[in-house]
Design a protein around this ligand. Structure first.
Ligand SMILES: Nc1ncnc2c1ncn2[C@@H]1O[C@H](COP(=O)(O)OP(=O)(O)OP(=O)(O)O)[C@@H](O)[C@H]1O
Length: 515
């Protein structure tokens, strides 16, 4: 078997050639095994994927999906086994740059771009030097292939997340053939429009012969574009079936068989914990309730909770009957108001510190708890949080980096839910980017916290997330808020109201503008 590390395929921007009859699979995994110390992250995974196939790769948090991507991307070296690309074995010490030259591209949720540099500068960042005119022409061609009509000289900081992802993708296409595209939760922070555009692009790549492996916890996304589904569980490949064999329900059950739909006990609303003016409305949140704030992607609901947490200067509200003015997050925390941000990978977790330290970090200097926090009481609350959220992974004293993505996210929830019991807890998209089992774990923990007397407020742009967690909701568009009660058609009712309010807002803005 020949090695392909030195034999980089020639640049053919039209995509990989169609395989001939009897051709080797595009990707073949042979007994792939990865150990991190005592943790076996991948256990003897074998399988093959053809050119142009779109495969959904699913599994619980910690199942091994990122580890598999990291091996294919040259970031992690397998402990055992190997993989072959179009029949050629890829040497185990291959570097990320060599992997890119072989035509394996990876798209992360937030591509690593230099935001102060232009589109073209980012495309050529860390690539071998080329003459000026070629660089622009190749950059333009790569952007065309991903359907991004962008000015090459725009600073990347001015682009939307969807556009930044396309730049990240185009970078993998500069003058070379893409053979495999790995998608790592690409739509977790995208709106519907950008998600649909990305899915169209994936189908086009597939028609050109590019093999796509798609990791997402959004099961409807997976079922709408993938032809085949592979499921990892505790590092083993446990299912490999055509996507048409699954309905969303069957897929959810296969992924988390132990999970009966998270039982959503009714909240028992107590005294009003928080009252706030919103436009002409007064929104009230009671102890024991879980209330949704629903709106557009990156909409008002997120700005409102950030404002109330003191992140945008002064904010006023009534907390447990008394008027308060907060000027910053530390003061909000002292009042017992906590916030879990949506971007849990980037905001707040400190690489290199232990899992337990990450949970207690903001409390060290808060004045509510002091230096003694990591003594006996600290570890007791860590244990409570770990079991309430069903966190799995290494010991609490190990670095947070050694936990899987979903279990890292749970640590950030633990910080704001359990290190101190909040009076008011704001959660931004708390179940985004975690698997169905973890969604149920989070829902259970949120309900338990509400039962203990906290007013929980969930801001989201996903109606099913609100419907899965909340007792009632407010739909926010512009400065208008409409309250929606929980009914059997809660989910649809939320969406209909959002569309109606958004339509009203658009017609208000366009009134008087000549067509
Ligand atoms: N650098 C590391 N050091 C030690 N253990 C690790 C490391 N990276 C991952 N692991 C462990 O390997 C296992 C698989 O993790 P991996 O990140 O591949 O899961 P995943 O399926 O991508 O999960 P998620 O959906 O939560 O991102 C987990 O038990 C995790 O704790």
């Amino acid at each position: 078997m020949s090695s392909v590390a030195s034999g980089t395929p020639g640049p053919t921007p039209q995509g990989a050639p169609a395989p001939g009859p009897g051709a080797a699979p595009r990707l073949e995994l042979r007994g792939m095994t990865v150990d991190f110390g005592a943790t076996r992250a991948l256990a003897d995974v074998s399988g093959s994927i053809g050119a142009g196939e779109i495969v959904g790769l699913l599994g619980h948090n910690g199942a091994g999906k990122s580890t598999l991507f990291n091996v294919l991307a040259g970031v992690v070296r397998a402990t055992g086994g190997s993989f072959l690309l179009d029949g050629d074995e890829v040497p185990s010490g291959i570097t990320p740059r060599q992997v890119a030259e072989l035509g394996i591209a990876i798209l992360h949720q937030e591509p690593a771009l230099a935001s102060n540099l232009s589109v073209v500068e980012n495309l050529w960042l860390a690539q071998p030097a080329q003459r000026g005119s070629d660089r622009r022409a190749l950059a333009e061609r790569a952007l065309q292939r991903v359907g991004a009509d962008l000015d090459l000289d725009l600073p990347v900081a001015s682009l939307s997340l969807g556009q930044r992802q396309l730049v990240g993708l185009a970078r993998g296409l500069l003058g070379r053939d893409m053979r495999i595209l790995l998608l790592d939760e690409p739509t977790a922070a995208l709106g519907k429009h950008e998600t649909d555009a990305l899915h169209r692009l994936i189908r086009r790549f597939s028609a050109d012969g590019v093999t796509v492996i798609y990791v997402s916890h959004r099961l409807p996304d997976i079922l709408s574009v993938c032809e085949r589904i592979m499921i990892l569980s505790a590092g083993r490949l446990v299912a490999d079936e055509p996507a048409r064999a699954f309905t969303p329900q069957r897929l959810a059950r296969t992924l988390a068989p132990e999970m009966v739909a998270a039982e959503r006990t009714e909240g028992v609303a107590g005294e009003v914990a928080l009252e706030v003016e919103y436009g002409a409305e007064r929104l009230a949140f009671r102890r024991g309730e879980v209330v949704g704030l629903f709106g557009m992607a990156a909409g008002e609901q997120f700005r409102l909770i950030e404002r109330l947490f003191g992140m945008h200067g002064r904010a006023r509200y009534t907390l447990l009957g008394s008027e308060r003015e907060v000027t910053g997050p530390l003061q909000a925390m002292r009042n017992g108001v906590h916030l879990v941000p949506a971007d849990r990978e980037r905001e707040g977790l400190v690489s290199g510190l232990s899992a337990a330290e990450n949970v207690f970090l903001p409390w060290y200097g808060s004045g509510r708890r002091g230096w003694w926090i990591d003594g006996r009481s600290g570890s007791a609350s860590y244990d409570t949080a770990r079991s309430a959220l069903r966190i799995v992974g290494p010991a609490p004293t190990e670095p947070i980096d050694e936990f899987s993505g979903g279990n890292r996210q749970k640590h950030l929830l633990a910080r704001w839910m359990f290190a101190e019991r909040p009076e008011v807890l704001f959660l931004a998209q708390p179940t985004q980017g975690v698997d169905v089992g973890a969604k149920a774990d989070i829902a259970r923990a949120v309900r338990a916290l509400a039962r203990s007397g906290t007013a929980v407020i969930v801001a989201s742009a996903e109606s099913d997330e609100i419907a899965g967690l909340c007792d009632r909701a407010y739909v926010l568009v512009g400065d208008r808020a409409t309250e929606i009660a929980r009914t059997d058609a809660f989910d649809e009712h939320l969406l209909d109201t959002l569309l109606r309010l958004a339509d009203d807002a658009t017609s208000l803005h366009t009134e008087g503008i000549p067509s």
